[in-house]
Design a protein around this ligand. Structure first.
Ligand code: MN
Length: 408
């Protein structure tokens, strides 16, 4: 049988010409040469080399060692580059030039593809917020009174956003003993995940400028899967009154691949009906559907524990961006904002172990034993896909991380 070209993908490949996510990679023979790549099937196209070889007008942004110059270039350039890359991969006229520039994924190292500017995390699943409220504040209403009026968020730590595959060291911190009393110090005993979807900002804004709902696509470049690792014992002791701090800031993992927003055009969907009227700047009842039908799968040590549906999110990314800028706070290229834990209405759709085990009272049965929270050595992997054009699937890059024992 003749060897198949990596350019000949099966029709149903989730990383076909309808997807084309961007990443940054190195090869073993040039480990310091970071290059922008586009994933195609199980290969990565050296996009910088392709641009140079084919005389692209975008050689400069594609020749950068990270995605930020492309992110800053704005939507017309994003769309032009995407069309150009698709042409390189699908037009038979480019075959001879492109084929040698494709590397098997197994042979490259993937890096954090962009420099993260600011990082914000939201709390947009009604199911997640209700479950957490019931567990953390059993004597109060599950949802705080502001929850259906604004997308609640907090500012996270941009410098600890890491690429998929980076080990996650069990953090140390303050936690209360089971019976209450004075806090103890030590490794977290309640290390958890949060399955989320992250949005990467390209086009910045000036201080004082707002981003209305219908300008979302002018500013947001693409989408990544995100795992907001959380130390629940640290978090539950520290979070009042200013919100999450050290229980979250030790690591946030993102996929090595940023999928352009255009790849999700067939996955757009209406968010759930809103129970309360919204202020004008958040009111999307007359807007294009702002939800995305992204189906996430959470696996611990290869065993699927949950399938959170992103379509169930109460607040959309456009509403989150509108809210984040309504006070005039400016955006920077490389800003990352995450959806908040994605949980659906069903038990097997919950996006974190806190909910899946109901704060540890109802352990999960895994092939290698029971689990409440994560054990050292556990590996958590998020995968996802969305409906694409013509019945195809749009695959998102996975986000994986293994827990390493606490140090020090
Ligand atoms: Mn989160």
């Amino acid at each position: 049988m003749p060897q198949q070209s990596p350019l000949d993908l099966p029709e149903d490949d989730p990383f076909g010409p309808h997807n084309l996510p961007y990443g940054v990679f190195t090869t073993t023979d040039a480990p310091r040469h970071r290059r922008i790549g586009v994933r195609y099937g199980d290969h990565v196209l050296d996009t910088a080399a392709a641009a140079a070889a084919l005389g692209s007008a975008h050689t400069e942004v594609l020749g950068a060692p990270l995605l930020n110059p492309l992110l800053a270039a704005g939507r017309p350039v994003w769309e032009a580059v995407r069309a150009e890359v698709r042409g390189w991969l699908t037009d038979p006229a480019h075959r001879a030039a492109i084929e040698p520039l494709l590397f098997p994924l197994a042979d490259v190292t993937l890096h954090l593809p962009f420099e993260v500017a600011d990082y914000v995390d939201f709390y947009a699943s009604e199911h997640h917020a209700t479950n957490v409220g019931q567990m953390f504040r059993p004597n109060e209403a599950a949802l705080p009174p502001n929850w259906k009026h604004l997308p609640i968020g907090y500012h996270g730590r941009a410098g600890t956003v890491v690429v998929s595959g980076t080990p996650v060291v069990r953090p140390l911190g303050q936690r209360l003993p089971a019976g209450g009393g004075s806090p103890e110090f030590g490794p977290t005993r309640r290390l958890d995940i949060e399955a989320e979807v992250g949005f990467v900002v390209g086009t910045p804004t000036a201080l004082g400028e707002r981003v209305p709902l219908d300008s979302f696509r002018d500013h947001v470049f693409g989408v990544t899967l995100l795992n907001d690792w959380s130390a629940r014992d640290v978090q539950s002791w520290e979070y009042r009154p200013l919100g999450p701090f050290l229980g979250k800031s030790f690591a946030t993992s993102v996929s090595a691949w940023i999928t352009p927003l255009e790849a999700f055009d067939a996955a757009r969907t209406s968010p759930p009906a809103r129970d309360l009227p919204l202020l004008d700047y958040l009111d999307d009842s007359a807007a294009e559907p702002g939800g995305l039908d992204i189906r996430i799968e959470v696996a611990v040590n290869g065993h699927t524990v949950s399938r959170p549906p992103f379509s169930a999110m109460y607040w959309t990314a456009a509403q989150q961006l509108a809210h984040m800028t309504v006070n005039g706070a400016s955006l920077r290229t490389g800003d990352l904002f995450a959806s908040g834990t994605v949980s659906g209405p069903e038990r097997e759709q919950r996006g974190c172990l806190l909910e899946l085990t109901w704060a540890g009272r109802d352990p999960l049965e895994l092939p290698d034993g029971e689990r409440t929270f994560l054990a050292d050595g556990d590996e958590v992997t998020l995968t996802a896909w969305a409906p694409g054009p013509d019945g195809r699937r749009v695959g998102l890059g996975e986000v994986s991380g293994r827990i390493a024992a606490a140090t020090g």
